[in-house]
Write a protein that binds this ligand. Structure first.
Ligand SMILES: Nc1ncnc2c1ncn2[C@@H]1O[C@H](COP(=O)(O)OP(=O)(O)OP(=O)(O)O)[C@@H](O)[C@H]1O
Ligand SMILES: [Mg+2]
Length: 325
């Protein structure tokens, strides 16, 4: 469905020296390697979270995959097409939504833009009406389509953007920070919608977001990029399994010396009667057994490490590898 092989993207921007003649004839180019030799495949309709820090290369990847930008090197095959050739049959099957940009006419009600898209994509009347009513229903926004876009709140506008980009029933959807700037309720509404949409329409969705809540709730697979390179690509469950530590919170019945707990794991917090210890997942069962045999407690709870922490760890690892090499 999506095959990306050895994709590299280099941007050239030129530095201005301020000297008009010099700038005109001897442009000094600066090379920015936005993507360096990345490869991945997506073979089934799945929800993929593409994450990484600012400037990692996420938007560049999405732009190349959707045909907006040329790659500098590498091969990309999406549904049998090469994206930058921008074949009509390719564009009909994909969609690209950018949280920070609008594709709607500012002064007109969204419904007018929807009709325009209907013509562009040559969507049949019946299918258009059916899709529109399905989408507005799941997003609970039937009345909003008649309001001029400029009068909509950011969250309301995002709903309209999503409808606009899904009317032609694309098989592959690129979502670049669709929840940026939205309040938690609107974020939740968009998330719920995307979840239902992906299930119902069996679409492949690639999502970038700095809100890890989006990724946690939606993505089945995570591709983590940093500095233009893929540093991790695996299912969310596998990432959790591989990297997650456990946090044990114990309420003690008797005060015990801190030293004793250092044998069990890393002490995160201790103020009698409460202690929190970080434990490697592999040794959890054995440590609990030890605690049960040796410590009197009134309560014990086990918590998973948060995905935020896990991702930070993966990114940190990649930074330290880089400085070593
Ligand atoms: N048109 C451009 N010309 C020159 N450099 C660019 C251009 N677009 C992006 N870059 C650079 O390429 C790198 C990757 O940018 P990109 O927008 O893909 O990052 P991102 O992962 O989407 O970041 P963010 O999380 O901030 O959106 C950055 O160093 C950026 O400055
Ligand atoms: Mg970006």
């Amino acid at each position: 469905m999506i095959q990306v092989k050895n994709l590299t993207k280099i941007y050239f921007s030129y530095k201005k020296t301020g000297d008009f003649l010099k700038d005109l004839f001897f442009k000094e180019y600066k090379k920015i390697i936005a993507l360096e030799n990345i490869s991945f495949e997506i073979n089934n309709p799945e929800f993929v979270g593409l994450i990484g820090p600012n400037g990692a290369g996420k938007t560049t990847t999405m732009k190349i995959l959707s045909g907006i930008l040329y790659p500098t090197k590498g091969k990309i095959n999406i549904l049998g097409f090469t994206p930058f050739e921008k074949k009509k049959e390719f564009l009909r099957q994909i969609s690209f939504v950018m949280g920070q940009k609008t594709q709607l006419h500012w002064d007109l009600p969204s419904i007018d833009s929807f009709y325009l898209l209907k013509d562009i994509y040559e969507i049949n009347d019946l299918i258009f009406k059916k899709t529109l009513s399905q989408l507005t229903e799941i997003l609970n926004c039937q009345e909003l389509v008649n309001k001029p876009v400029k009068n909509l709140s950011l969250g309301e506008r995002m709903k309209m953007e999503l409808i606009a980009s899904l009317l032609h029933n694309p098989r592959i959807i690129f979502l670049d920070e669709p929840t940026i700037g939205l309040d938690i309720f609107s974020q939740e509404a968009i998330r719920n919608f995307l979840k239902i949409y992906q299930k119902e329409f069996k679409a492949t969705i690639i999502l970038t977001s700095h809100y890890l809540e989006d990724v946690k709730k939606l993505a089945q697979r995570l591709i983590i990029i940093n500095n233009g390179k893929i540093i991790y690509d695996n299912s969310l469950n596998k990432i959790k399994k591989e990297f997650s530590n456990k946090y044990l919170t114990i309420y003690l019945e008797k005060e015990i010396d801190k030293k004793f707990f250092e044998k069990i794991g890393e002490i995160i917090f201790y103020q009698y009667p409460k202690i929190i210890i970080k434990i490697n997942k592999q040794t959890l069962a054995e440590k609990i057994d030890f605690i049960n045999k040796n410590i009197a407690y009134s309560d014990l709870a086990i918590e998973e490490e948060k995905i935020e922490e896990i991702i930070k760890k993966i990114l940190k690892n990649s930074f330290s590898k880089k400085t070593k090499s």
